[in-house]
Design a protein around this ligand. Structure first.
Ligand code: C2E
Ligand code: CA
Ligand code: CA
Ligand code: CA
Length: 279
């Protein structure tokens, strides 16, 4: 009847449909994006707070979809993870970042560490460590100029497994930082056990530090804890001089954010690297 016919439609929320069709379109687009060369890497400098020098950078992927335009990695990386496309895309990112850093060093730019974001699935991939060693060998980049950014989510797996894997990465000479620190896994006990080098304080905590909210206490505590564990600490999302002044006062080691530079393409990074005056 007409009644039931109407009811059928209640199952189709048109908004849901739009979300799904965009997701489907992104997924299909992602399958072709590598061979169509639609990806690019941008780079954002990391600053040593006391000297204001660029001591490293983070590679951030950018994707221009032929019809949809720029799609943010916050939207497409989860889809790449879900579909397993992150393996091939992640390998492209790693090779590209290592190649670029090696090229800059060969061209005589001051050597800095290149940080690459690693998704959980990549970290857990069976041959990840040997694949990484191969990319370093192929590109000729000395491992000490590479850093991997991993989130606290790695800590959900069996502890021995995680420690072994981190150890294997460290043995290559690659550094490890914990990204978005403070937002994820609640047990801090892993910090002492995991062979990591740096904590990156999530920008959600950095945002309000200058306004004496709870975040002031949290950021102070993270810095103190990191230092007592002999870890370096970097604050993400630094946008104002007030935030920087606070971080400096509390002996935070490094900072990254729009105050210094937005993520820029390779030629923009070359300009930053050749500056005589610190940022
Ligand atoms: P993330 O690793 O936490 O990267 C930091 C994000 O904050 C970047 O966004 C960056 O552009 C942005 N950002 C940097 N400074 C500031 C600031 O001062 N203020 C504000 N509001 N934002 C700032 P982006 O590039 O859109 O990346 C978003 C997320 O997507 C990343 O978060 C990361 O989880 C993921 N992602 C980006 N590139 C890659 C990649 O190459 N591989 C993987 N696996 N994930 C990536
Ligand atoms: Ca990151
Ligand atoms: Ca982050
Ligand atoms: Ca983040």
């Amino acid at each position: 009847s007409k009644e039931t016919g109407k009811n059928v439609y209640t199952f189709f929320d048109p908004r849901m449909n739009m979300v799904n069709s965009r997701k489907l379109e992104l997924e299909q687009g992602l399958r072709k994006a590598l061979e169509q060369q639609e990806f690019d890497l941008y780079y954002q400098p990391k600053i040593h707070i006391r000297t204001r020098k660029i001591i490293g950078m983070e590679a951030l992927i950018r994707w221009q979809h032929p019809e949809l335009g720029w799609v943010s990695p916050g939207e497409f990386i989860p889809i790449a993870e879900e579909t397993g496309l992150i393996f091939s895309i992640g390998e492209w990112i790693m090779r590209m970042a290592c190649m670029q850093n090696k090229a800059w060093q060969s061209q005589g730019y001051p050597p800095v560490r290149m940080a690459v974001n690693l998704s959980l699935r990549q970290f857990n991939q069976e041959h990840f460590v040997s694949g990484l060693a191969q990319i370093l060998a192929e590109t000729g980049l000395d491992a000490r100029w590479l850093e991997l950014e991993i989130t606290e989510s790695i800590a959900i797996r069996n502890e021995k497994y995680v420690i072994n894997r981190l150890q294997a990465i460290k043995e290559l000479g690659v550094s490890i930082s914990i990204d978005d620190f403070g937002t994820g896994y609640s047990s801090l006990s892993y910090l002492k056990k995991f062979p990591i080098d740096t904590l990156k304080i999530d920008r959600a905590f950095v945002r309000d530090i200058a306004k004496s909210s709870d975040d002031t206490a949290i950021v102070q505590a993270i810095i103190a804890m990191a230092h007592s564990l002999k870890l370096r600490v970097l604050a993400e999302g630094v946008e104002t001089k007030e935030q920087l002044a606070f971080l400096r006062r509390h002996a935070c080691d490094e900072a990254q954010g729009y105050l210094f530079s937005r993520p820029v393409p390779a030629d923009g990074m070359e300009k930053l690297l050749s500056r005589r005056i610190p940022l």
